[in-house]
Design a protein around this ligand. Structure first.
Ligand SMILES: [Zn+2]
Length: 60
């Protein structure tokens, strides 16, 4: 008998400001591309760059 566990994967995107170095972790959204500039930094007027995209899997 094989039991199948439900697994959900949560994907996160880490953005980093190229100017002041502030990091922000948020949920991955479609269209996020590694090392692309996506939004403005909230602490300075620099641009946030996607530094890391990673997934965490949870078992339910
Ligand atoms: Zn900044």
């Amino acid at each position: 008998m094989i039991f199948k566990k439900k697994k959900i994967t949560l994907e996160y995107t880490v953005e980093k400001c190229s100017k002041c170095g502030v990091e922000e972790k948020r949920k991955y959204s479609e269209g996020d591309v590694l090392f692309s500039q996506c939004s403005k930094c909230t602490s300075c007027d620099g641009m946030m760059m996607i530094e890391k995209i990673f997934g965490e899997s949870l078992e339910q």
